[in-house]
Design a protein around this ligand. Sequence first.
Ligand code: PEP
Ligand code: MN
Length: 347
Amino acid sequence: MSTSTKGDESLIIVMRQSADASDIEHVVERLRDIGAEAHVSKGQFRTVIGAVGDRERIQQLPWEAFSNVERAVPVLKPFKFVSRDFQADDTIVSVGDVPVGSGHFAVIAGPCAVENKDQLYAAAEAVVGAGATILRGDAFKPRTSPYSFQGLGEEGLQLLAEAREEFGIPFIAEVLDPRDVDLVASYADLIRVGTRNMANFTLLSELGKQSKPVMLKRGFTATIEEWLNAAEYIYKEGNHNVILCERGIRTFETATRNTLDISAVPVVKSLSHLPVIVDPSHSGGHRHLVAPLTRISVVSGADGFIVDVHPSPEDALVDGAQAILPGEFIDLMSDVKALAALMQLSL
Ligand code: PEP
Ligand code: MN
């Protein structure tokens, strides 16, 4: 470990259970006086203050001598506020009125892209009827080829907002460009950052400055540490409503579109307090793999899953090969409900 006093220091200041608002405010003020950032996290039993700032100035103050400070511990991990060191309790993110995390299991389903009203409504009616709690459907698609369907843009968001009224569940949609954050945030209940944009730090910071919850997919070549650092970009700007999504990584294996790294779920759950969900569609890439990978995700300790469902996959403009049919989703949901009961999850 370095003994240098130069550079940044991150410290977790754990308050005693008996600490009151003025004790907390006093610590926050002293941190701000020395130019450090202070992030307050109120847990069930105690408040924790995360400090980031100049090492020399932070180390100068005897934090444990402050009123009702229990201890001050340096955070050695590169990601700070998303770590379990900072917050021991699970974060629960509210998507519309749907809680996600800490035993609240999210079932997110719908078409990969919004193509037209009939397609969206047919998918929405089927998934809501079978127990989905959040609708998916994109208006902006990140396509490998610039000649492929790129999404309907704002018209797609309008259709999703109408579907929310019609079917009574919130929706998630992807944002690709920092210039579209306000537009997507004005419609969607949950904003998704796709695998290709996980390390688009400008986009992440913009999402951190607005208040809609964000789902951050893992970059297909990103380590878990890089992924958690990306989440930190959103969190540190003040938006604490972040859900992580494991969607497969690129390996030497070609039988699947990506290799679902299911071990990432328990690893991330041990390192971070944020909810983690799984995408069995974009990882497996084939219809017949969606049900087994979904079942595995329920028992992995994940906080939910997101799947592509299309009323007519052979006509899909995007990702038809991995979309399951409404009937297959209904069958899958009966397995999901049984496994969720085993895992003591509420749907
Ligand atoms: C998607 O969910 O539609 C998508 C594009 O996923 P990913 O970013 O994981 O490829
Ligand atoms: Mn897709």
